[in-house]
Structures are given as structure tokens and as C-alpha cells.
Design a protein around this ligand. Sequence first.
Ligand SMILES: Cc1cc2nc3c(=O)[nH]c(=O)nc-3n(C[C@H](O)[C@H](O)[C@H](O)COP(=O)(O)OP(=O)(O)OC[C@H]3O[C@@H](n4cnc5c(N)ncnc54)[C@H](O)[C@@H]3O)c2cc1C
Length: 371
Amino acid sequence: MCAIEAGKRGRRVAVLERADRLGKKILISGGGRCNFTNLHCQPENFLSSNPHFAKSALARYTPADFIALVEKHHIPYHEKTLGQLFCDRSARDILGMLEEECQSAGVSIFLSARIQEVSRTTEFVVHTTDEQFHAPVLVVATGGLSIPKIGATSFGYDLARQFGLNIRDPWPGLVPLVLEADDRSRYCDLTGVSADVIASCNGQHFREKMLITHRGLSGPAILQISSYWKEPREIQIDLVPESEVTAIFRDPKTSRTLTALRSEFRKTLPTRFTDRWLELHAPTSWTNTALAELEQQAHTWTVTPAGTEGYDKAEVTAGGVDTDELSAKSMESRKVPGLFFIGEVVDVTGHLGGFNFQWAWASGAAAGRAL
Ligand SMILES: Cc1cc2nc3c(=O)[nH]c(=O)nc-3n(C[C@H](O)[C@H](O)[C@H](O)COP(=O)(O)OP(=O)(O)OC[C@H]3O[C@@H](n4cnc5c(N)ncnc54)[C@H](O)[C@@H]3O)c2cc1C
């Protein structure tokens, strides 16, 4: 996006890509259909040490701008849920669109470019194994640490450090959580069971699906909250949102049996999870106090994860180049004029749902328009 915007403004642009093709992450994104933006994109959908930093770039390149590009290329798309836009056909459509735009903006693309060293004299010099590139400006768009299998490296952070820029310690975001041993033995044989929950941590909450995995918890609610989790924080999960599962048992005329209780829980929770939950949390009596406790437990299942599944499974890397180091308007380093950082390498991380791409497009456009 940065190359396209700069190319359109007549700049001579070289894109140096380490892999043998562009946009591998685009191709694997959104289950192969690329959730390329979100209609309801707001600054609140992003984590950053400075929650105001992303506002300017997001306001100057909006989901509507990206949708206009998608429509110009006649790419069919649909809204899946919660404003999330996906390709009807394949993520290849988005990559093809960006490649075409690069071509018409006169951008040169160098694949399998292995960067050995970057130095700066009066201009930046980038040494690859085969060539040297000289340029007055250098934009770093190397992404985060997620999915090393497809080539993620710490290169962007290393380069920022080389030029004296501060890094906010990275951590894996949008990642499944691993339960500690006791909870694993209590719940993980229910692999594949999913429930509509509210997951909360550190002042944030998300109402979406939770999925039990063979080592812990996943699904959109958990992926979302994982970005806000750091050891040794707890996560609270409301298993029966907006329902009062014990209400009817306060009426003495209701038959107070475990079977009746199970069927109340099953109205909200899947059968297998209900059965396991009530095995582990059977009411000690039918007093109002015991019922209130049972109700409370179901609304505040407190989990202390043992960890996350790490960068191998994380959809994004949180943390990164400190936004205090960068201009919010152009993404240029304040200390090193001519050096820019865009996309996931910056300490701006989106929620699940197309926000990370929207940040990549918006920060790329901000830099491209400033070059
Ligand atoms: C499985 C998965 C699914 C996802 N799905 C979605 C989704 O549907 N919607 C969404 O919004 N977000 C999604 N994301 C997140 C999104 O893909 C990223 O946030 C986004 O791609 C970041 O863009 P970027 O340009 O900053 O970095 P990247 O897309 O990671 O691109 C960085 C590029 O730099 C190259 N590079 C790295 N090091 C070097 C080097 N030393 N020299 C030269 N080149 C180098 C890499 O090869 C890569 O091509 C998903 C992520 C994953 C892992």
C-alpha cells in the first residue's frame, strides 16, 4: 500500500521482499479468503501503548477507501459477521489487486531479497546478498514475529534498535490459550465443544464463541481476549451471558433436581459442557445462597492460563516499535529522518476481524503519501 501510494506520486520505489513471492500472509489470512477490512473500524479496535496514535492514519485511509479499491478491481466480497469483509473467492484476489496496483504505479519488486545489512550515510544503503540499494528514505514493513514457518523474523525490531529506536516488548496476540494442568484434565477431553461466552481480562471484554481445544481454549472470544492477557493475569468467562440459569429454582414450586438444573443450563451451554460443569460444580444445597453461588460461578469462570500457543499460532504480534518514536501523520522516525515503520511492526495491534489489515493499509498509505 505504501509502495502504491508513493509510486502514484511519482516516487521511484523498490520493494525488497525476502520471500520468493509477495503477501504470503495475505494468502493464508481469513482462512484463505482474507478478511481485508472491517466496516466498523474505530480506534478502540486497536491496542497500543498510545491509544491515540493510530487515529490520524485510520481517519485518512478508511475501510471505504479500501473497499473502493476492491470494487475498482471487481473483486466479489461479502460481510460475514460484525462488519468483517471477506473475499467471495480467494485471498489471491486481494494480492493480485495489490500487485496490479504496484505495476501501474511503476513500483519495482525484488523477490528473494536477503538483506544483509542496512547503513546510513547521506542516504540509506541496503545490502542484499546480490545487490546494493541506495535511497534517501527507507520504509520498514517487515511485520511481526507471528508464524515463523512462513518467514516471520525479528528483522524490523532489530533494525529499529540499530537506529536507536525503542521497542515495546512484543507478545503473541490473537492466540489460543493453554490451560494449566488441572483445568486441562477437567475440560480438554471436550475438544471441539464451543459456546457463546463473554471473555474478560484487564478491563476488556468480548462476547463471541469460545472453543475448547486439546490443550486449552480458542475461538474468537478467546483469541480477542488473549491480546490483553499477560502472565499471571486471570481471565473471566461468563458461560451463560444474559441468562439467569438458577432463577426458576427460587420458586419453591419448581422441582429442584439436577436434571431440571441441567436442562436450564443446556438452554445456553452445549450439553457436554453443561454436564461437565455440573459434575464439577454440583450445588451443595438448594438454598437461595447456594443457588446464587452457582449462578455466580457460571458467570465468572476464572481461568489462569498456563500460557499461550505462542508465535507459531498467533495471528498477530502485539507491541513493537514504540509509537513515541514515530510521527502519527507519516510514520517517520522522529530521531532518524527518512526512516519509516508501518504495519504490524509498529506497536499498534488490531482486534480480530479485519482490523490488522486495515492498520496495515492505513499506516502504509500514511507513509506513502509522505514520501
Ligand atoms: C493465519 C493468519 C491469518 C490472518 N488473518 C487476518 C485477517 O483475515 N484479517 C486481518 O486483518 N489480519 C489477519 N492477519 C494479520 C495480518 O495478516 C497482519 O497483521 C498483516 O499481514 C500485517 O501486515 P504487514 O505488512 O505489517 O506484515 P506482513 O504481512 O507480515 O508482511 C511482512 C513482509 O515482510 C517480509 N519480510 C520479513 N522480514 C524481511 C526481511 N528481512 N527482508 C525483506 N522482507 C522481509 C515478509 O516476508 C513479509 O512478506 C492474519 C495473520 C495470520 C498469521
